[in-house]
Design a protein around this ligand. Sequence first.
Ligand SMILES: [Zn+2]
Length: 283
Amino acid sequence: MKSLLVAIALVVGGAPAYAKHHKKPEDPAAAPKKKHLAWSSPAAGPTMSGDPELIFTFDDGPNLKTTPAVLDALKAHHIHAVFFMVGEMAANKDAPPLIARILAEGHIIGNHTMTHQDLCRLKDDARAAREIDDGKKAIETADGGFTTAWFRTPYGVRCERVDAMLAERGLTHFHWDLDPQEWKHNNSKKAYDYVTKQLAKMTGRDVLLMHDIKKATVEALPQILDWIDQENEARRLAHKRRIRIIQSYELAAERLPAGEVDWLHDAAPDPVLWARAIASVLP
Ligand SMILES: [Zn+2]
């Protein structure tokens, strides 16, 4: 563990090298005020393997009642996801052991702001900035300290203000491709039907958005994971490309320069242990 901590410290130390990847914000004064912007798709870039690829992400937690069931389902299928947490949820006095479990099981934790406001609609910039910075602090200190580098705006909003604030902080928004809308209808059957239908025809790489605070997610997730297993078995027998789950630490490793990945491998041979470390240096 000591060697990993050393690696983390060194990798974090190397973070400014990534600054060149972050675009300077455009001059907000020069841009039209109300221009609606969209995030690019596919959200996590194209497939690297040629297989249909899926990344699991869970927003708005942690929730003491529902998040453990999501973790159980992921564990049963050896899936490592990204959890975009809300600061005030992470600040719950009983949340630290749950956050510790999420990290120990190899998931990556990202920042989803302090109180889940629409950052483009908040009246002033300072308030919006506090949403990002306070959220980061609340999440990172909940379990004694780790660094979040991945960020997702509530409602997936984008505007010049958000672009500028993220650029200032060296962050990018981690968007999604598949949204079963279970946050709205809370209907597990609808969520299952939507996700499996999309996965059946998926050809590239998609990021799936679900919510570990929703009963519908807790109910639908094990069924979706069982469906993927059955679908992959059928595809194996038919010699078709299977749905490949991209683990969050694999996605993280893709975004690091090759030399640093090798080095991290040396420091922590089990990639599950990277969850606490690796996200901290990512663009
Ligand atoms: Zn959200």
